[in-house]
Design a protein around this ligand. Structure first.
Ligand code: NG1
Ligand code: MG
Length: 521
């Protein structure tokens, strides 16, 4: 982990500078309501933000680095610790989330009924993870109870990972109540990744379930740094480096806009997602075969194979920067995966010296959702591989541009760098659309409108096939972009849509700081 994100979480004073103006009212309201509800003030507030992926789409499961940022919307958990009482009382400022009360078992697991959509399950999952972490380290968790009041303003289902914000804040709140007072960020990321699986609703059925790669959300939430993106690498180990954005006039900001088309995400979206993982895995194996590299390492990537694993073998012993290695792989992909119309099972099996049955068994049946590979008869190895490798290359290019702008800061009124950053985001969208086929007309439309209204760069973010888009916009164009969307997208696509609904589909945020703990007293 980079030296610039300290391993040990600092215990901050309340209202750090960046919260002072914008957040003071909300914090004061939370603390006042806390006292009113429980008759005593809170001891501390655990805070964790949502996140958005700025660039690096559909490459995390091939173990290439991604570049998300923490957003300013967050989840706050105010806590009063009650010594030697193992009861947890939890309430939410929003009335739709009813008060709950439960006991912490002194031994054994905290039970979570993942079949119920129950808001307090997210808290329980963080608490359970915290207890397991402490026990795993040979510490016995303190037998403390907690009174809790929660307040989140990360819209749920809008692609900002409100679930990661909630679980990370819950895990931190619990570690502070039950532990020895020290919290390690890397441990917090790992524990929150595991915790979120106890809730069982979010990543359900995705091909990267239960795998070490699916930690972008929690890493960004915990490790976020004000005004910086995070360069997160997964291979060979999880590592996060903050990369600062240049100071410009007008300032740069991000807008995240939801298409409000979500149905696809959980049905065909999921099927498509898993099919992409299969296609990428097969592309990596077939390239390895054609390049006489032997078996790829079985422990890297969702199905045991990844492009990062292929890259390690192909460039074994060669000390080259990542972008050069990617360029090499792009060339061999163009040469060896030359069938633009796709590959059939029979063709792939023959190349890999397998029977069709063996191929299906090893690469296609491991998912809860087995339908995707079964439905496909041509597997698009070439275009999927080219997207992944070129997208990974774009992540490096984006990071290099940011690095260069902080080592020799440009004139703040010079918009060359924002324009170049934006162009990389636009290319990413184009690649998602035409090589990875994970866009949809609604996402394309939001991006087109934004670019015409002054966005430097616009692209889909997250899995795609609906869901959210992310845009790099100068502060003075935010309003213009939002108005253009309202008129040309939301009101056309959803006639009669309420203004508030449009407002809540759009989140404006600069890169924000990550998880923090504020002592109230
Ligand atoms: P979203 O749609 O934000 O959940 C999904 C994956 C990511 C990544 C992106 C595509 C899950 C939980 N998340 O993101 O890990 O693969 O798609 O870049 O499956
Ligand atoms: Mg999530």
């Amino acid at each position: 982990m980079s030296e610039r994100v300290p391993e040990v979480l600092a215990i901050e004073e309340i209202y750090p500078p960046e919260f002072r103006a914008a957040q003071k009212k909300r914090w004061e309201h939370l603390l006042a309501m806390f006292e009113e509800s429980y008759g005593a003030p809170a001891d501390y507030v655990a805070r964790s933000p949502g996140r958005v992926n700025i660039i690096g789409e559909h490459i995390d499961y091939m173990l290439f680095p991604v570049l998300p940022m923490a957003v300013s919307s967050d989840f706050l958990i105010a806590v009063h610790v009650i010594p030697n009482a193992n009861t947890i009382k939890i309430a939410n400022l929003l009335e739709e989330y009813p008060r709950r009360e439960f006991q912490v078992p002194t031994e054994g697991e905290l039970e979570i009924d993942a079949t119920q959509l129950e808001w307090s399950n997210y808290f329980k999952s963080g608490l359970r993870g915290a207890l397991e972490l402490l026990r795993g380290k040979g510490l016995s968790p303190k037998n403390n109870g907690m009174e809790i009041l929660a307040d989140g303003n990360v819209p749920s289902g809008a692609g900002l990972s409100s679930s990661a914000a909630f679980t990370c804040a819950s895990a931190l709140a619990s570690l502070v109540a039950m532990g020895d007072g020290t919290v390690n960020r890397r441990e917090l990321v790992n524990l929150a990744v595991v915790s979120e699986r106890y809730v069982g609703v979010n990543s359900g059925g995705r091909a990267n379930d239960n795998l070490a790669v699916d930690r972008m959300d929690q890493s960004a939430s915990v490790l976020g740094v004000q005004d910086s993106a995070l360069y997160i690498s997964f291979h060979p180990i999880l590592d996060a480096t903050p990369v600062a954005f240049p100071e410009t006039t007008p300032e740069l900001t991000f807008i995240i806009a939801d298409t409000l088309v979500t149905a696809d995400k959980h049905t065909t979206g999921q099927i498509n997602y898993n099919l992409r993982v299969v296609e990428c895995t097969l592309a990596a194996q077939i390239l390895a075969k054609k390049l006489n590299l032997g078996q790829l390492p079985r422990d890297a990537g969702p199905l045991g194979n990844s492009f990062a694993g292929l890259m390690d073998k192909y460039f074994f012993g060669k000390d080259l920067p990542l972008d050069k290695k990617l360029e090499g792989l792009i060339e061999v992909t163009k040469k060896h995966l030359d069938k633009g119309e796709g590959y059939t099972r029979e063709e792939m099996a023959e190349t890999l010296d397998l029977s069709v049955g063996e191929l299906v068994q090893s690469c296609m049946v491991k998912f809860p959702s087995k339908l995707a590979p079964v439905l496909a008869d041509h597997f698009q190895l070439r275009s999927r591989a080219l997207h992944v490798l070129q997208e990974a290359h774009r992540v490096v290019a984006f990071k290099t541009l940011l690095d260069s702008s902080t080592t020799s800061p440009p004139d703040p009124t010079d918009i060359k760098i924002p324009i170049q950053l934006g162009a990389i985001m636009n290319d990413s969208h184009e690649s998602c659309k035409s090589l990875y086929n994970c866009s949809c007309p609604e996402l394309d439309k939001l991006c087109e409108i934004a670019r015409s209204a002054g966005s430097y760069g616009s692209r889909l973010t997250g899995a795609g096939w609906g869901g959210c888009s992310v845009h790099l916009v100068p502060q003075d164009k935010v309003h213009v972009v939002k108005e253009a969307w309202r008129r040309e997208y939301y009101e056309r696509k959803f006639p009669g849509i309420a203004r508030e609904k449009v407002e809540s589909a759009i989140v404006v945020s600069k890169p924000g700081s990550g998880t923090v703990l504020f002592r109230v007293r």
